[in-house]
Design a protein around this ligand. Structure first.
Ligand code: PEP
Ligand code: MG
Length: 860
């Protein structure tokens, strides 16, 4: 249903069938929207006739008629796509009013001010959405005419419309409806909707449905209201009714953040009967959908109506807590809970918070400026910027920006996305800024009313202080606090509920999860997040530290083997100590250590910098012998294509003593620990193999070192030799390679680079975005594994490798090892494990369980 009726339409149909109070309406399908676009923006033939015919059913049911001069029917015309795109497309409310029907409405309700309020709203919304007149023009008239009655405002609105469109405001209600339907269709392709789809990877060809529904009125006086209710807290997941409402208002007022609404719990006193109905309804809705709901409602003279329900947008923290709580109360199963969480959203658990000491200091220094609503958790510090355009530009230059606005609207999205946080002076928890920021996991404080923003002067004043553009502020989206200046932030911790959910994943997943870790600290984080080993320890990172770099440089500069070995002897204790610490942290879990991989010039200064230095020294007549020697070596190491040059196992073959030192360090560390009673599980991995003889040569040489070291310590330890598969030829000749390898690990970064012939260092900056825009590629292959090319090579390697050695252990350690779709593919082709950055381990655990459940579902 969702595909044709959209999310909103489907919800309305389901609620109507289940007996919830929903105003009657009809839905035009997404198919009609797509036809409309295909037909050069002509409505499909027969569509209007059908709409008017179906409308008669509604007219009968409501005993009102569109355009009737005594009992006029008013409708809302609202967009609604398959996937929720909050606020991105258009809506028209109160349609059906004209100079005559407004009088009828006034008479029928005996409420002239209400009727005029509806007419004023309708002209304003229609003028903006359908006739394309800027919102600000109407808002300025409203502000100027503050003391004028609604009739005068209506007259001024109509005048403005005539002036701008050279036509009268349309009085024919059927024509109003036709134009509104077209406007909703067109809004599928407005720039902000397109931007939102791109951001959320929603297909462009889905189209929107149009919901035409009888109006119910929250602006009928003090017994009427409109609002939004969540069945649970969307920030924390707490099982408590949550939301807000406005008395005597229409839905748009809440979403637009024009008035700051009241907390839903206050409704208990203000509208007790309707509040009771509302609580009953939303709890039933949650059980009906077995998911947390976000429900829009209107109360018309104490009668409750539901206008929309959808799965609530929530923070990852809330999603996990709600899923675990619902499983514990048997509303859903563990499988449902696992399926329900977007693995990538777990990044939100890694949101920062203020460092308590730094925060205390800011409080003591009286730097707390204001407290707004805590709309989206996480702490952020950045420069105040008032314009979304400027936020976009400055963020591109690496600046940290807090976007400060009176309120945000969908057009601001390009400034919200790159900002580190958002602060608004108006609006509630369901205002645009709040909803959008929550969806992105971005810290956000809204409704900070003490903040007076002057967009022209680009200042914000609060309690006598004036903040200028560019000044630093810190916001805490968890508490709503806004501070002057910088507060240090601290790293996050994962919640108990997430620990529970992740423990459930172990019951379902088949893939093992390891981490890419080069230091004991990384290894500790990996263990804390549940990694069951290290799948890639890049030993070159151990050489980059300050105390080691001079020795590796000496080793590279050596002109003889003796000189080289001397430098390596000095590096050995560093390596050994690193390995020892990592083995200790991993206590018996497998640790895959990759021998030196990058081209050696990466350890030396850049050629250009050196050349300048030499010229400078010479110009000043200073001694440049050392620099010249270095320059000479850098020049000698220069290769046209270094990523295809002297690196990986080719280094080990050209300079065997480097690998020998590394293996000696590994085995000395392991033997000493084993002798002291600590378990080790050593896996030595040779990079960039493309021919099995390379592997045999290196392995034979290194096994000798391993044996000699073990003999020296008089102990035997278990170890494995394996290889990375990161060159297409290696994948294709996996049968031969498996003869000498006990494990394979796909280096999908290099394998992608070499399969596509796309440089992993430059492609993203040069042509890849064009490829994505032109849809030559649907995903960046360095992020999401390319199944049809790279994946096919992997599949061949798995089949061939296992043919030669059935017990061959196979994993993946490129960046794709932490990406959910790629993990699903790894499961599909029968890999044993994936390895990813320690912070991605929770994502990988969840994605691996989901991959398994997906396969099970297909089997059923
Ligand atoms: C790879 O190529 O995928 C890999 C893991 O190695 P690196 O990124 O260090 O080249
Ligand atoms: Mg590699």
């Amino acid at each position: 249903m969702r595909e044709y009726l959209g999310g909103k339409g489907t919800g309305l149909v389901q609620m109507t069938h289940a007996g919830f109070p929903v105003p009657p309406g009809l839905i035009i399908t997404t198919k009609a929207c797509n036809e409309y676009a295909k037909n050069q923006f002509q409505l499909p033939s027969g569509l209007l006739e059908q709409v008017f015919e179906k409308l008669t059913t509604i007219e009968k049911e409501t005993n009102k008629k569109l355009g009737d001069k005594t009992k006029p029917l008013l409708v809302s015309v609202r967009s609604g796509a398959k996937f929720s795109m909050p606020g991105m497309m258009d809506t028209v409310l109160n349609l059906g009013l004209n100079d005559e029907t407004v009088l009828a409405l006034s008479k029928a309700t005996s409420n002239e001010s209400f009727a005029l309020d509806c007419y004023r709203r309708f002209i304003q919304m229609f003028g903006n959405v359908v006739l394309g007149i800027q919102k600000g023009i109407f808002e300025a008239i409203l502000e100027e005419s503050n003391t004028n009655g609604p009739a005068k405002i209506i007259a001024k609105f109509k005048e403005t419309i005539k002036e701008k469109t050279k036509k009268e405001f349309p009085q024919d209600v059927k024509n109003q409806l036709e134009l509104a339907i077209e406007a909703v269709f067109k809004s599928w392709n407005n720039p902000r909707a397109k931007y939102y789809r791109k951001l959320n990877k929603i297909q462009d060809d889905l189209g929107t449905a149009v919901n035409i529904q009888t109006m119910v009125f929250g602006n009928m006086g003090n017994g009427s209201a409109t609002g939004v209710a969540f069945t649970r807290n969307p920030s924390t997941g707490e099982d408590e009714v949550y939301g807000e409402y406005l008395i005597n208002a229409q839905g748009e007022d809440v979403v637009a953040g024009i008035r700051t609404p009241k907390k839903i719990t206050e409704m208990k006193k203000e509208l007790p009967e309707a509040y009771k109905q509302l609580l009953e309804c939303i709890k039933k809705l949650e059980l009906f959908y077995k998911d947390m709901q976000d429900t829009e409602f209107t109360i018309e003279q104490n009668k409750l109506w539901l206008l929309q329900t959808r799965a609530a947008k929530r923070t990852a923290q809330a999603a996990v807590k709600a899923a675990v709580d619902m499983t514990n109360t048997k509303i859903i199963s563990k499988e449902d809970a696992i399926r329900r969480i977007d693995p990538l959203s777990l990044n939100q658990f890694l949101l920062k918070s203020f460092d308590p000491q730094s925060k205390k200091q800011a409080e003591d220094e009286n730097k707390l400026l204001a407290i707004g609503l805590n709309a989206s958790p996480g702490a952020a510090c950045g420069k105040i910027i008032f314009s979304p355009d400027e936020s976009e530009i400055l963020s591109q230059n690496g600046e940290k920006i807090i976007l400060v606005r009176v309120e945000t609207c969908p057009d601001d999205i390009h400034g919200i996305v790159p900002a580190v946080g958002v602060l608004t002076s108006r609006g509630g928890m369901t205002s645009h800024a709040a909803v959008v920021a929550r969806g992105m996991g971005k810290p956000c404080v809204v409704g900070c009313e003490t903040l007076k923003i002057d967009l022209n002067k680009e200042t914000a004043s609060v309690n006598g202080r004036t903040l200028k553009k560019g000044e630093l502020i810190s916001i805490d989206g968890s508490s709503g606090q806004v501070f002057l200046g910088e507060i240090k932030t601290k790293e996050p911790k994962i919640s108990n509920e997430l620990k529970i959910l992740l423990s459930w994943t172990d019951e379902f997943k088949q893939l093992g999860i390891r981490a890419n870790a080069d230091t004991p600290i990384d290894a500790k984080v990996a263990i804390e997040f549940g990694a069951k080993g290290i799948g890639l320890c890049r030993t070159e990172h151990m050489f980059m530290q300050q105390d080691r770099l001079p020795w590796i440089q000496k080793m590279i500069m050596a002109t003889s083997q003796v000189e080289r070995e001397e430098a390596l002897t000095n590096l050995l204790p560093f390596q050994k100590q690193d390995f020892k610490e990592i083995f200790k942290v991993m206590s018996g879990l497998p640790v895959t250590i990759r021998l030196l991989d990058p081209p050696l010039h990466e350890f030396l200064p850049k050629f250009d910098e050196l050349a300048i230095k030499v010229s400078e020294l010479k110009y000043k007549s200073l001694d440049s012998t050392k620099e010249e020697k270095l320059l000479h070596r850098v020049k000698a190491l220069h290769e046209a294509n270094p990523m295809m040059g002297l690196r990986g196992c080719r280094l080990g073959i050209s300079y065997p003593e480097i690998n020998k030192m590394q293996v000696q360090a590994i085995f000395e560390a392991a033997c000493e620990l084993e002798l002291a009673g600590t378990k080790t599980n050593v896996e030595i991995m040779i990079p960039l193999i493309c021919e099995t003889k390379e592997l045999k040569l290196v392995k034979d040489m290194l096994e000798k070192v391993a044996k000699e070291t073990m003999e020296k310590y008089k102990i035997n330890i278990d170890y494995k030799f394996g290889t990375m598969i990161e060159v297409p030829r290696a994948a294709l000749t996996a049968y031969e390679i498996a003869e000498h390898a006990e494990f394979f690990s796909f280096g999908t970064n290099d394998l992608t680079q070499m399969t596509f012939a796309f440089s992993r260092d430059d492609a993203e900056a040069t042509f890849l975005s064009k490829y994505l825009d032109e849809k030559i590629l649907t995903e960046n292959p360095f992020e999401v594994l390319d199944e049809s090319g790279v994946g096919k090579l992997m599949k061949i390697a798995v089949q061939e490798g296992k043919k030669r050695r059935p017990e061959l252990k196979i994993g993946i350690c490129g960046e794709h090892g932490g990406e959910p779709k790629s993990i699903s593919y790894a499961h599909k082709i029968g890999l044993d494990y994936v390895s990813c950055s320690p912070f991605r381990v929770p994502i990988a655990r969840l994605a691996a369980a989901q991959a398994c459940l997906k396969v099970k579902e297909r089997d059923v």
